[in-house]
Design a protein around this ligand. Structure first.
Ligand SMILES: *Cc1c(COP(=O)(O)O)cnc(C)c1O
Length: 395
């Protein structure tokens, strides 16, 4: 079977496909069907914080598959109870949890919880935000390219400039159910929030009876150098949405819920697969490994190392280097697609964030040797003249 050809023939059309089939992974490495090795600086958009094929996650999955895969949340379960304890122990002040299956679903749920809790309708999100592609989450997302083809969206959503306290102050009023923010805007270009901004957001929400929802779908689980990125900022949100890396690569999302969120009653919301023992077992193993290997600290140290190395690359193409931990953006003065292709030719898989920002989200277990190889590849492509023949690279 020619894997690439078969996928080309049957694809929905929604993804612009690479011409390399990836069949295996280990740590921060991926391998194609011919056995070539790549350094993964995408982590599947921030899913594989623990790297690929982590032995402890694999063992937990295999063991749980022989015990119990599915169980609706009305019946308590050993793995789910364990996960509830472990997850909420990482988020002081947020002691309840709703399980679902993706980032969009987590944000969707948080938006519904905010409306039901406050009796208000307004949701204030930020420009450049990304919260997912279901209708509620999409209504909170900023990019016109994702939104406009599907209008009309959900009413009563508005967007304010990120990191602008005055604009937020003006936008939040007595009709606002919630403010929904990322701590480091990921898809929007890797923009970290100012500490003063999140603290002001916390005050404004508390003062006016609105809830503060933090979307940690990409920034969570050690990625930025803390278990959750909001923990850099000394605030306690009312809800925290997580997904991507939560269950070590098995699909899972969750909303962590604080005391200010009220009126959640049986039947109001739910999910068939949410909180299934299989995903819960994977998540318990993943979180345990993240803690045992102290991946938040590793991400902090490797992030400082990587940012410094990237900043020392002398290239007229680079406009700005931004990042927190191992969530790194290199904003170019050109479109990023040809540079991603050139990196792939040097066996480094990287991402874009918008049209001109090159984004690196390596597994937090990446080695220093691999980081050096990534920097060497970056230096090569950013210092050579690459003629822009590639128009599409999934962008
Ligand atoms: C990826 C992402 C989402 C959407 O997650 P899905 O699992 O693809 O639905 C939401 N918010 C942020 C910040 C993300 O990075």
């Amino acid at each position: 079977m020619n894997i690439v050809e078969v996928e080309q023939r049957h694809t929905s059309g929604l993804y612009s496909k690479q011409s390399i089939a990836i069949v295996r992974g280990r740590g921060a490495s991926l391998f194609d069907s011919e056995g070539n090795e790549y350094i993964d600086c995408s982590s599947g958009h921030g899913v594989a914080n623990l790297g690929h094929a982590h032995p402890k996650v694999a063992a937990a999955i295999a063991e749980q598959a022989t015990r119990l895969i599915t169980l609706f949340e009305t019946f308590p379960n050993d793995r789910r109870a364990e996960l509830m304890q472990l997850l909420t122990s990482l988020t002081p002040g947020l002691s309840r949890v709703f399980f679902c299956n993706s980032g969009a679903e987590a944000n969707e749920a948080a938006i519904k919880f905010a409306r039901i809790s406050t009796g208000r309708k307004g949701i204030v999100a930020a420009m450049r935000s990304f919260h997912g592609r279901t209708f509620g989450a999409l209504s909170a997302t900023w990019n016109k390219k994702y939104r406009e083809p599907f209008e009309p969206l959900v009413p009563e959503f508005s967007h304010v400039p990120f990191n602008n306290v005055e604009a937020l102050d003006r936008a939040v009023g007595e009709k606002t159910a919630a403010v929904l923010l990322e701590v480091v805007q990921g898809e929007g270009g890797v923009y970290p929030a100012d500490p003063a901004y999140l603290q002001a957001a916390r005050c404004i929400c508390s003062e006016r009876g609105a809830l503060l929802i933090i979307d940690e779908v990409q920034s969570g689980f050690g990625r930025t150098g803390k278990m959750f990125a909001y923990q850099h900022h000394d605030i306690v949100p009312d809800m925290v949405c997580v997904a991507k890396s939560l269950a070590g690569g098995v699909p899972m999302g969750a909303v962590l819920i604080g005391q200010a969120v009220r009126n959640l009653a049986p039947g109001l919301h739910g999910s068939t697969f949410g909180g299934n023992p299989f995903a819960c077992a994977a998540a318990v193993a993943a979180l345990t490994a993240i803690l045992e290997e102290d991946l938040p600290r590793q991400a902090a140290e490797k992030g400082v190392y990587l940012l410094e190395k990237i900043r020392s690359i002398r290239s007229p193409l680079v406009r700005e280097v931004r990042g927190l931990g191992l969530m790194v953006g290199i904003e170019l003065k050109r479109k990023v697609a040809p540079y991603l292709k050139a990196l792939l030719e040097r066996r480094v898989i990287a991402l874009n964030a918008g049209l001109t920002t090159l984004r690196l989200l390596p597994p937090l277990v990446i080695t220093y040797d691999q980081l050096d190889q990534v920097v060497a590849a970056l230096a090569e492509v950013l210092q050579s003249e690459i003629t822009s023949t590639v128009e599409e690279f999934g962008l």
